[in-house]
Design a protein. Structure first.
Length: 384
């Protein structure tokens, strides 16, 4: 199977420094360096489209712009790029969400993918009027996806569930194609929802051994329901012509982390109910030391940012090798980002994708041949 790569639209703002926050913590001041205007986000989206990314993820939460509205506007400035829209099922009725998705498909030519986010932070959920606890939120997500998938199948739905109730729900117009559902989560409750409803199970960028364990876990659960989801991973990237250049950029980003900001973000993230977030925090323990937790896998981003907190760092050849390592475990889709998102899209798109294409592991969605990789001397990974 050809690998699929998605980029990221920074609807919380962009910068030459890491824009921190998320998972119940506010975006850091660096997010004001490049505000998330439709013009700037469209510039990133067009670059991603030209370079061969299949889609672009937009986050959800109090720290960023609304993903549905933003992608609807940005879609008018692109032609092929899919939009992986993150949304929380507790904030909108399942019938309305199914209708919104159907409308999005018709108005964009079928370019919607859905990243269903149950919500791991009760204090943030309560700000939106949602007072369920974490396990109840996952049960509600299961009911939500059950209703939505039946509606997309053209069925009339009556459900009196634990949390959701609909009567004679039906869509006048069905989505074409039906959006694929991307879903992540590390708790037992999340695994049950993923097994029954996810087309693609997403994990954050943990070391390969931990990722392999997650894949085996979800595969087993899904097989019990006669399903076989695909698997994806969410990572940042810092890729350069040489390893030394890439690690110098990682050092520059780390030097920009104000100690007080790190303490504040880590304190906020420590109260997260998300098991995945706690696994991210455990990779660095709040320390700036020993941040290379696997060859070319750097946990520094997680010092100031919630959610995805690791980056692939190295030469284009090294990053390509790490991607192949994850692919060997069963990862077929990569959701990537980097600071700033416009420039890093070009570093990866012009540096790594041609190498993967030359090895028959990736092809441009438009059938184009990527720019041939520059011939640069190989530099070792260094000591990080």
């Amino acid at each position: 199977m050809s690998l699929t790569f998605h980029w990221f639209l920074p609807t919380n703002g962009d910068s030459r420094h890491v824009v921190g926050g998320g998972h119940g913590t506010p975006a850091t001041a660096s997010g004001r360096d490049r505000p998330p205007t439709v013009a700037y986000l469209s510039q990133i989206a067009r670059a991603a489209e030209d370079l061969g990314f299949a889609g672009a993820l937009t986050p959800t939460g109090a720290w960023c712009e609304d993903a549905w509205l933003t992608t609807a506007m940005v879609s008018r400035h692109t032609e092929r790029l899919n939009f992986l829209v993150a949304f929380r099922p507790g904030f909108v009725s399942p019938t309305l969400a199914a209708q919104m998705a159907s409308t999005f498909q018709r108005q964009t030519g079928g370019r919607l993918l859905l990243n269903v986010v149950t919500g791991g932070e009760s204090h943030e959920q309560r700000a939106y009027g949602d007072f369920l606890d974490k396990d109840a939120r996952y049960r509600r997500t299961g009911e939500f996806l059950h209703i939505v998938r039946q509606l997309w199948d053209g069925k009339s739905v009556d459900l009196h569930g634990e949390h959701l109730r609909v009567e004679e729900a039906r869509l006048a117009r069905l989505p074409d194609p039906v959006p694929e559902v991307y879903f992540g989560g590390s708790s037992p409750a999340a695994g049950q929802v993923a097994a029954r409803y996810a087309d693609v199970y997403l994990t954050w960028g943990e070391p390969p051994a931990q990722v392999a364990g997650k894949i085996a876990w979800v595969r087993k659960l899904a097989a019990e329901h006669g399903r076989s989801p695909r698997f994806g991973i969410r990572l940042h990237v810092i890729t350069r012509d040489t390893s030394a250049q890439a690690w110098a950029e990682a050092d520059r980003l780390l030097d920009g982390f104000d100690p007080e900001t790190v303490r504040a973000v880590q304190t906020g993230l420590a109260r997260s109910e998300s098991e995945g977030q706690q696994r991210m925090l455990a990779l660095h323990g709040g320390s700036r030391e020993s941040l290379e937790i696997h060859p070319n896998l750097w946990a520094g981003i997680g010092l100031v940012r919630g959610g995805a907190g690791t980056a692939l760092v190295g030469s284009h050849d090294e990053v390509a090798e790490r991607i192949k390592e994850y692919h060997a475990l069963g990862i077929d889709e990569f959701v990537l980002s980097g600071y700033p998102h416009l420039e890093e899209a070009y570093w990866f798109g012009e540096g790594v994708l041609p190498r993967l294409q030359a090895q028959g592991l990736w092809q441009h969605p438009d059938g184009q041949r990527a720019v041939p990789p520059a011939q640069v001397p190989f530099a070792g990974a260094g000591s990080r």
